[in-house]
Design a protein around this ligand. Sequence first.
Ligand code: NAD
Length: 483
Amino acid sequence: METQPKASHFINGTYVEDTNGTPIPVIYPATGEVIATVYAATPEVLDQAVSAAQAAQEAWGAMTGTERGRILRRAADLMRERNHELSVLETYDTGKPLQETLVADATSGADALEYFGGLAATLTGEHIPLGEDWVYTVREPLGVCVGIGAWNYPTQIACWKGAPALACGNAMIFKPSETTPLCALKVAEILVEAGLPAGLYNVVQGMGEVGGALVTDPRVDKVSLTGSVPTGKKVYAAAASGMKHVTMELGGKSPLVIFDDADLDNAVGGAINGNFYSSGQVCSNGTRVFVQKGIKEAFLKRLAERLENAVLGDPLNEDTNFGPMVSERQMEIVKSYIAKGNEEGARLVAGGGQLDKDGFWLEPTVFADVTDDMTIAREEIFGPVMAVLDFEDEAEVIARANDTEYGLSAGVFTNDISRAHRVIGKLQAGSCFINSYNDAPVEAPFGGVKASGVGRENSKEAIQHYSQVKSVYVRMGDVEAAF
Ligand code: NAD
């Protein structure tokens, strides 16, 4: 497959190159080979992108929602038709197994385009009667929106931000992560092919400073970031100085609570999905697995048996179900956490090693007997490292689960229906699961509380974050004035 894009950026409906920018090598994580090179956006490229977005937005915002939605739904169809090709590219970009990318990336992006394409025509205001007078409200676009992506779901993030922004009548400039720059360009191509007028979905490449320059550009009205908490704090602060709207989708250290009465295989399956999917590089992962003492040994035994079925191999082979880390840097970060787990006295019960092959391969790793104060129980690792902690009772586990700065997700496995809802009700998290883990349908709001984020993606909630309301008071009679 050709992995070198036609050019680095996509602006005003076409590919744009400027080799004066810093070169960014794109590395296939499974082998460590360079598969493409793009160049970071120069100030000239950024200006071109923002100008194009600003120029195109007004006419787009003035179209009917039905017209906008039709284009988004056509783009969804094109993405589905090309799912295989897009999934292979996503696998090259991220190293994630094709078995996953075929079902979780372009398909999820297409769901967002279809869903928000459908909602576009329903975005109306209210009529508020006040006797003879009345107020009406109008839902208006924000203007130029900037999306900044992480590297774990490049196609999905490009669509989860682009689809609601465009549905509401905004223009978008998307900066993918410098680690995975390829897939967003395909999203831009498809949108244009589906009929999106030029300038409304632009892609510019670059590192943090390119993101920073976009956030501080006075012509930008909104910033939606998917990234780590430290980056989120910087971007939020920079956006605040320009009084811009923000959505922050940040990191987590989410609790997954398994009670004695849970169905064992479902609980183990939830813990596997919540720790090893995408080789653990998922923000909502349930990386603190609290297991009640009565089920602990059975849980660890069954987990060890099922880990035997992990297939680490060529990600393009559909039998492979566990891929490499996205980059050497991320692999080294995760290795340092595994070393800390060992040093601080956690019991390594599976994995823990690096594979002796090219690329950035780590084994799925499980630590048992983890305590709340250990580094691997406190910090986001963003890799395939599960920490299993013991607990005795409900009140204790709720307090311990909430004892974190994060609040992205939380899960509970139990067959006691009252306990399931009671416990979920008390866990401080935005995206929660009962007897499941890590499902993210477009119909459900997604996002975190506490340091894990601000705002929500997906669902009708996302509309609030890509539009603003104008209210208009209409007086029927004379104006009374003091003089
Ligand atoms: P990161 O914070 O290093 O980078 C995220 C993006 O921000 C990149 O595109 C980067 O270039 C850009 N950036 C960095 N500094 C910037 C600055 N000063 N101004 C503007 N942009 C800047 O994150 P990452 O390593 O790419 O991704 C992993 C992190 O993302 C993890 O913490 C993970 O939990 C989080 N994440 C969250 C979600 C979610 O939806 N909540 C989803 C995926 C990943």
